[in-house]
Design a protein around this ligand. Structure first.
Ligand SMILES: [Zn+2]
Length: 282
């Protein structure tokens, strides 16, 4: 079973009407089971894998999502591009609820997550540009064409959660120039880079976090989330068909100069567990 494109997000963005030949599969990895079974479907001649990040029924908190198993499972299916969909809060006046942000940078404020595949071997991948710029650019074009309100860059601060920020934290993040706040882009972006998979986040804004003194009512937030889901479905329908077959970015060579451990010191057990990432270099 193969797929070229992986979509990680809520169950709401999976639109069965748009896809043909739908199958559901269970995938095992050396890092355990992914969040849920993976649904694979065909759309516009492309094979697309859907993985609900928090599991169906929303059972994994942001700290407990099996991120390594999720990225490994998609790699195993042959996925070269991951489109991550995530709800965020806005830290800027001009980034309004219902806007979409395609972040270009991340700031890590997570604390309790396993964020590398490479514990038994030394590999330092570059993270200067944490998102795939080719995919960001294509996605921005789609947003422009659909006439949706969007921002083609932004700094995503990833907090541990599950609690939301205090006002002091939210104001400090604003002073530091961060644009949006969420709980899931890390370690996904780091793991995708280690797996040499392109990664972008389509961040949908639900509210203004807590810095702005506005009454946040749950009803509005839920209504916004539902509208955001509809917008994301429209974006995916336009985006998937125009993703070029060949990658024009550097994501696929992330390990080229990154493996520090001497090849003859890499044991059989490591080769077996991580071969999916390392084989082309060993
Ligand atoms: Zn890329």
């Amino acid at each position: 079973m193969r797929a070229e494109i992986g979509i990680i997000g809520g169950t709401g963005i999976y639109d069965s009407d748009a896809f043909e030949n739908i199958r559901e599969i269970s995938v095992d990895t050396p890092f355990g089971k992914p969040s849920d079974n993976i649904i694979i479907g065909d759309f516009a001649g492309k094979s697309v894998a859907f993985l609900p990040r928090h599991g169906r029924g929303h059972v994994y908190s942001p700290s407990k999502v099996p991120y390594r198993a999720n990225i490994y499972a998609l790699k195993k299916l042959g996925v070269e591009r991951i489109i991550s969909v995530a709800a965020v809060g806005s830290l800027k006046e001009e980034i309004r609820p219902l806007d979409i942000v395609i972040p270009d940078q991340i700031f890590d404020r997570t604390k309790h997550r396993e964020d590398t595949f490479f514990e038994d071997i030394v590999i330092h991948v570059g993270m200067a540009e944490p998102f795939c710029n080719e995919m960001r650019e294509i996605t921005a074009r789609v947003l422009e064409g659909l006439n949706l309100r969007y921002h083609d860059r932004g700094v995503y601060v990833c907090i541990e959660g599950p609690q939301f920020s205090t006002k002091a934290e939210s104001n400090v993040y604003r002073k530091l120039g961060f644009d949006i706040i969420g709980m899931t882009a890390l370690p996904e972006a780091k793991l995708a880079r280690e797996a040499e998979i392109c990664y972008i986040t389509i961040a949908t804004v639900t509210d203004y976090d807590v810095w702005k003194d506005v009454e946040v009512d749950v009803k509005t937030v839920l209504e916004n989330a539902a509208k955001n889901e509809e917008n994301v479905k429209r974006v995916l329908k336009e985006l998937i068909p125009i993703i070029p077959e060949e990658r024009g970015c550097e994501c696929g060579d992330a390990l080229k100069f990154a493996i520090t451990t001497a090849r003859d010191k890499i044991g059989e057990d490591v080769r077996e567990k991580l071969g999916i990432f390392l084989n082309k270099y060993l």
